[in-house]
Design a protein around this ligand. Structure first.
Ligand code: CU
Length: 155
């Protein structure tokens, strides 16, 4: 199935959904990234002005891309951090390899929601917009979970 159409910027979200919907057509995007987001969550923050967020971005396409910016309706600013040896560092971008994944998880890479405009509570969702170097932006509804939530146990 050929999809080398223009208009990546216009309606890239719709395009991604379409591609996801025809998974029986094999490799959809041999020469560009094909991004989707899974397992987003925010532990209910214990701090009044800062929260963390986690998600996984999967690239089923044949070209890499980069996550270059994150924003949210609840935060004045969202920054991207890596963790190594227990110390975290702010990153300006994260690579998403072809046929690979970019994982944000507790103890590793994470999103930091700063200058919170309201306190996210368990059961709510926050809207997160992901901006990429090549692909169009993706908007994610990120559920707020218990402060102690762990994806592996589901509670
Ligand atoms: Cu951090």
């Amino acid at each position: 199935m050929r999809r080398r159409t223009a208009g990546l910027a216009a309606g890239a979200l719709a395009g991604a959904l379409t591609l996801t919907g025809c998974s029986d057509s094999g490799s959809n995007a041999p020469d560009r990234a094909d991004l989707s987001v899974a397992s987003p969550y925010m532990p209910q923050p214990v701090s009044a002005d800062m929260a963390a967020g986690f998600l996984t971005i999967t690239n089923e396409g044949g070209a890499g891309d980069e996550l270059t910016a994150v924003s949210s309706d609840v935060a004045g600013q969202v920054t991207m951090h890596s963790t190594s040896g227990g110390a975290m560092a702010e990153e300006s971008s994260f690579g998403i390899p072809a046929h690979g994944r970019l994982v944000f998880r507790s103890g590793g890479n994470h999103l930091m929601f700063e200058k919170l405009k309201r306190a996210p509570k368990q059961g709510q969702t926050v809207t997160v917009k992901l901006t990429f170097a090549k692909s169009g932006p993706l908007t994610v509804e990120m559920p707020v979970k218990a402060a102690t939530y762990t994806p592996s146990t589901g509670h």
